[in-house]
Ligand binder design. Structure first.
Ligand code: ADP
Ligand code: MG
Length: 405
């Protein structure tokens, strides 16, 4: 891959008073200026792809369980233009100072600091495998979504790319088809054996709604978030190195449980099945299966409680989800446990770790009028106790990835 030296984009950002971080969002005009500074001509296509939270249903998507995420108002934005050359030129305000070039003839996975391009290359390759006559394009990404914080920036990057490919070719997919192509890209080009939750949530978000997703049928049922309840995300800003390897180990443990229980996926097992097989499964695999099966049950009860305005049950189920992820699935860490404990001590409706674990974010349900003060208090309390900074922000449920009009 060849790098083109280019310092102009930084200058555009600097002149606009924008630091190269997610903190200060650009507006649409500034993003067009960024594209122009990198590629020296105007863009033709503008898309936005949101990140996602997950209220409950963690580490169950790959066992075809139920999950309850929502797309959120933190985005990856992309401006793009079709080119005649058979290559993709890609630039990200977050990750690169110069555009990378990917020849369409050779979209093999990359390693090292340019590996973020794999998410883009993978999506283009999967669309081509699906028979779409992909074309070359220039693209500039910008983001208000933190990377690697458990808010699915990877799925947002994939969805943004997918929409560009669709706009460039006129071959439009349904949100479900798009999510499946993006998931395949993440598997094969980023090497992450993820479930379908992130891609479906990012593709199918509905403003003001959480999404009940059945990860077997891929049915998405939007469920209105009750008035008066707000969501606060707390980014621990840590990501422990073992996260990726442990993810694969959890999947292997689930597979062992599936074999031993004689079911297709843990979605098909009951808690009684798991308990009856306890000796055969062994302690570790038993606890992994207990987490997945009990968590799926919690999602069902959570959805009912949320709709019925039963905030006490909502809070208890989030607490149980966290405890099970910590003790049965063993994917939490001291930082996440501390953030959940602080949130609970401040009287939130519910709090739990979110995403793959070993760092990333917590999700907190709070009374709307308290949202800003709770967010601030969590940061202050964490700083006082642990001497480290975390970032807390209120998020809102939004529509899924789309072209910007
Ligand atoms: P998460 O999806 O929880 O944010 P992942 O580790 O799955 O965390 O994905 C993060 C990766 O996605 C980054 O390391 C980077 O490769 C890619 N990525 C995310 N956002 C951007 C961006 N704005 N620009 C370029 N690459 C990005
Ligand atoms: Mg991801």
């Amino acid at each position: 891959m060849r790098l083109i030296p280019n310092g102009r984009a930084e200058k555009v950002l600097r002149d606009a008073g924008i630091r190269l971080s997610q903190k200060m969002p650009t507006n649409a005009a500034q993003r067009i200026a960024l594209f122009e500074s990198v590629y020296h001509r105007p863009p033709q296509i503008a898309v936005r792809a949101p990140g996602r939270i997950n209220l409950i249903g963690e580490h169950v998507d790959y066992e075809e369980g139920l999950v309850m995420p929502a797309a959120i108002d933190r985005y990856i934005f992309a401006n793009a233009a079709v080119i005649d050359e058979p290559e993709i030129r890609l630039w990200s305000a977050t990750c690169t100072r110069t555009p990378l070039r990917l020849p369409l003839a050779d979209l093999a996975p990359l390693h090292g600091t340019d590996s973020w391009a794999n998410y883009v290359a993978g999506v283009v390759a999967k669309y081509r495998d699906a028979g779409v006559p992909v074309r070359g394009f220039d693209v500039a990404f910008d983001a208000t979504l933190p990377l690697g914080a458990g808010l699915s920036s990877s799925a947002a990057l994939e969805a943004a790319t997918a929409l560009i490919v669709e706009a460039a070719t006129g071959f439009t997919k349904t949100p479900r088809e798009r999510a499946l192509l993006c998931q395949a890209a993440e598997h094969e080009y980023a090497g992450v054996p993820c479930g379908i939750m992130d891609q479906l949530a990012v593709a199918s978000g509905v403003k003001g709604h959480a999404l009940m997703i059945d990860c077997r049928s891929l049915e998405v049922t939007p469920s209105p978030l009750p008035e008066g309840i707000a969501v606060v995300v707390v980014d621990s800003r840590v990501k422990h190195a073992l996260a990726d390897g442990e993810y694969a180990k959890r999947k292997a443990d689930c597979e062992a449980a599936v074999q031993s229980l004689g079911v297709q996926r843990l979605r098909d097992a009951s808690l009684e099945n798991v308990h009856a097989a306890r000796d055969r499964l062994g302690d570790r695999v038993f606890r992994r299966a207990r987490h997945v099966v009990s968590e799926i049950g919690r999602v069902r009860r959570f959805a009912e409680a949320l709709q019925g305005g039963d905030v006490e049950t909502v809070g208890k189920l989030m607490a149980k989800s966290h405890t099970s992820l910590r003790d049965n699935y063993e994917v939490s860490c001291t930082e996440l446990d501390a953030l959940v404990a602080i949130a609970n001590s401040l009287g939130v409706i519910g709090a739990r770790m979110m995403g793959g674990g070993f760092g990333g974010s917590t999700v907190n349900l709070v009374r709307e009028e308290e949202a800003a003060s709770v967010a601030e208090a969590i940061c202050a309390r964490y700083r006082e106790t642990y001497g480290a900074e975390v970032e807390a922000f209120v998020v809102h449920a939004v529509d899924g990835a789309a072209l910007e009009s």
